[in-house]
Design a protein around this ligand. Structure first.
Ligand code: XMP
Ligand code: MG
Length: 186
């Protein structure tokens, strides 16, 4: 565990990390997800679309658990306005380099929370003429859903708590933790 190193700055001294999923649990689940994706996409060449920055660690492990020819690309998006806004409109900060028309797209996301970001993103990929659009998400904070999102490949359901690690951040920190933890203010 590198929790103490990640937690050493005075700015974060009042926060506590409570482990939720160990590195081993995450790896085991990702191997299962990769096997399922390999079966479902047999004979096809999916385009994995990672949503930056949170999904960077997850997609790195997931793509290596998929035994198929595939391509990888990334998008970066941010919500319009404040966190309180429920319009579901998101801004594309970095778009794909790859045309999606006719492709089988597998969006790879760290966590589905309200579902606003994903419902917009999935609809936008459909509108661009993708042959299919599916979603792999590591975490599902299902209690907070405001918009329905179909998660085709899910790692874990989690309670309504703020989680960090394995790509997930608090103020850009903790992404490098190899495990996932709940971040609690003391
Ligand atoms: P939606 O649109 O589903 O947004 O509400 C999902 C995005 O919100 C961020 N998010 C989190 N990030 N710990 C994080 O580090 C969390 O517990 C958390 N919950 C939501 C994340 O960027 C995700 O893509
Ligand atoms: Mg994210």
């Amino acid at each position: 565990m590198i929790a103490s190193a990640a937690n050493s700055s005075s700015e974060f001294n009042n926060s506590k990390l409570i482990p939720l999923f160990s590195a081993e649990q995450i790896q085991n689940r990702i191997q299962e997800m990769g096997a399922e994706i390999t079966r479902d996409y047999a004979g096809r060449e999916p385009l994995l679309v990672g949503v930056l920055k949170g999904a960077c660690v997850f997609i790195s492990d997931l793509m290596r658990a998929i035994d198929l020819p595939l391509a990888v690309d990334f998008m970066a998006i941010s919500s319009y306005g404040s966190q309180m806004r429920t319009s579901g409109e998101v801004r594309i900060i970095k778009d794909l380099d790859t045309p999606v028309e006719g492709r089988d797209i597998l969006v790879v996301e760290d966590i589905v929370d309200t579902g606003l970001t994903l419902s917009y993103l999935l609809a936008s990929l459909h509108a661009r003429g993708a042959r299919s659009v599916k979603l792999a998400a590591l975490l599902d904070k299902w209690e907070r859903r405001e918009r329905p999102v179909q998660i085709d490949y899910l790692g874990f359901k989690i309670p309504d708590a703020f989680v960090v690690g394995y790509g997930l951040d608090y103020a850009e920190r903790y992404r490098n933790l190899p495990y996932i933890a709940v971040l609690k203010e003391d």
